[in-house]
Design a protein around this ligand. Structure first.
Ligand SMILES: Nc1ncnc2c1ncn2[C@@H]1O[C@H](COP(=O)(O)OP(=O)(O)OP(=O)(O)O)[C@@H](O)[C@H]1O
Ligand SMILES: CC(C)(CO)[C@@H](O)C(=O)[O-]
Length: 249
């Protein structure tokens, strides 16, 4: 049997890593954009766990943990590249585990825990899985951890302006895992006056302090990605809010 899931992207703007001795309670407090275009992922049982990304088999270290749920071959169709800052490794891991659940190989709880654990253990993400599972547009992760352990909520903002991105270079996620104590202040500042402009303002201040600078107005740089609002021409990838998390086809 072949099943298909659609999973959104998560672009965090501000994050505060929290490490514990348990991957399920390790994660980040933060705010991010949970957006389209979703990845479309088909999967079926196989004798080897494998990820095909836009037609090519890739090395995906999260598989070492994900395959505990059962060996699946999944095929990912994505309009955005891997390794730039779209939270894609989280989306792929969530898709794998959700497919294992849909195929009757595991419970939903175990599937969600395992997707999060595979991200934390491989240093590919801290807060992407919980945000992508809940859906957005803007998600506030208030308690770190896997879905069901951490807590996250959608923040309703009017999406009055276009949001778009440009992937410039692939970098490992480890460059983002440094703790900046100002993160919590920026998150508070956003929550007092939550709109898209404020999200971009605090995200720009936060990412600049981590050393990621964008010289484009109304934008910020996260890893190898520029995200901006307003004035999005055809050279940019357009994003709309993904109000639901995982969708099944
Ligand atoms: N061609 C490739 N380019 C980038 N990463 C790749 C590629 N092939 C396999 N990978 C693996 O995919 C994973 C990408 O995870 P990474 O967290 O860097 O990306 P992301 O989720 O898109 O970004 P972020 O988590 O910062 O938002 C890594 O484990 C990397 O080893
Ligand atoms: C670490 C991170 C910024 C990588 O995208 C994300 O997982 C987050 O916000 O925790």
């Amino acid at each position: 049997m072949d099943v298909e899931v659609l999973v959104p992207l998560n672009i965090s703007g501000v994050w505060y890593p929290v490490y514990t001795n348990n991957p399920l309670t390790t994660g980040s407090i933060g705010i991010g954009l949970v957006v389209e275009p979703r990845i479309m992922v088909r999967g079926k049982r196989s004798n080897k766990a494998e990820v095909e990304f836009n037609g090519k088999i890739i090395e995906f270290p999260n598989l070492a943990i994900l395959k505990r749920l059962g060996e699946l071959k999944i095929s990912v169709q994505s309009q955005v590249p891997l390794g730039f800052g779209y939270g894609l490794s989280g989306s792929i891991s969530l898709a794998y585990s959700y497919l294992a659940y849909e195929l009757g190989l595991t419970s939903l709880k175990e599937a969600l825990y395992t997707a999060h654990e595979s991200e934390v253990v491989n240093k590919n993400g801290l807060g992407d899985v919980i945000a992508e599972y809940i859906g957005g547009g803007i998600v506030y992760r208030k308690v770190p951890g896997a879905p069901g352990i951490g807590k996250a909520e959608k923040i309703n903002v009017s999406w009055s302006e276009q949001v778009c991105s440009k992937p410039e270079m692939a970098l490992p996620t480890t460059v983002l895992l440094k703790k900046n104590e100002n993160a919590l202040t920026y998150i508070e500042e956003f929550l007092k006056n939550p709109d898209l402009t404020k999200f971009f303002e605090v995200s720009r201040k936060f990412t600049e302090e981590l050393g990621f600078v964008s010289n484009i107005p109304n934008s910020f740089r996260k890893k190898g990605l520029i995200i901006k609002h307003g004035d999005c021409n055809k050279e940019w990838i357009q994003h709309t809010p993904a109000t639901n998390g995982v969708l099944i086809h």
